[in-house]
Design a protein around this ligand. Sequence first.
Ligand code: MN
Length: 290
Amino acid sequence: MKKIAHIQKSAPAHWVGNGFHVNSLFFYEQDAEALSPFLMLDYGSPKSFAPSTQPRGVGQHPHRGFETVTVAYQGEIEHHDSEGNRGTIGPGDVQWMTAASGIVHEEWLSPKFNASGGVLEMAQLWVNLPAKDKMTPPRYQEIVKAQIPTVVDEGGARLQVVAGEYAGKRGPAMTYSPINVWDTQISAGQTLNLSVTDGYTTLFAVLKGSVKVNDTQTVTSPALVVLAREGTEAKLEALGADATVLVLNGEPLHEPVVGYGPFVMNTEAEIMQAMQDFQSGRFVRAKAAA
Ligand code: MN
């Protein structure tokens, strides 16, 4: 069984714009190497929004050097960007946006959901790009629920394979480095035995419920478990109530991480360049349409 390296409770929830009330489960500044290739995870637990005619969300802002992965659990989220991509995701859908060389986007509650009101539950993960891919053209993958294979484990737990592979099922997301993103639902009393690649970063983001990890530690949501890189076996047991655990498993990049706000690069000079490009209007590609 893998050793548990570290457990951390989430910081208190904060607002991103006026649409996303999230708990930050991790952020790369705390220990970029231990989390690599993952940079950040925000989770917005179920939150009720009253009907509104005023848009709610985050207006135009840039990103460079990494990918943003947005998961909608409940409610609807809309996105548009400087590449001309536009999409609305609902329960079970995922937006996988590769900012890479530079993108400017907006993230909103969908106009329909905003008008009707309702419960929003979502997560946003940031995945780093290898240095050689940071300045490649942006890409946008809209992944609907029907494309994401579900595996029912022997113990009855369900896993949605968003990226990578589990039990022979491949997730639809194209990635730049080897990663697995498994969205797992473990009913109360069920146990999920996981086998992961030795030497990879393995993170358990406990979004809902309480779980016993590797028969030793009890972890209550929202919290993060960082497992040791060594070893391949891990175990999650849902205690008392149904649990949702986002399992992140990936090959560490072993490259310097230098970030500033919406930019994550490898050097200070590249961050300066990103700021200069953004201020001078040379940030997005010529085909910019939004
Ligand atoms: Mn963004």
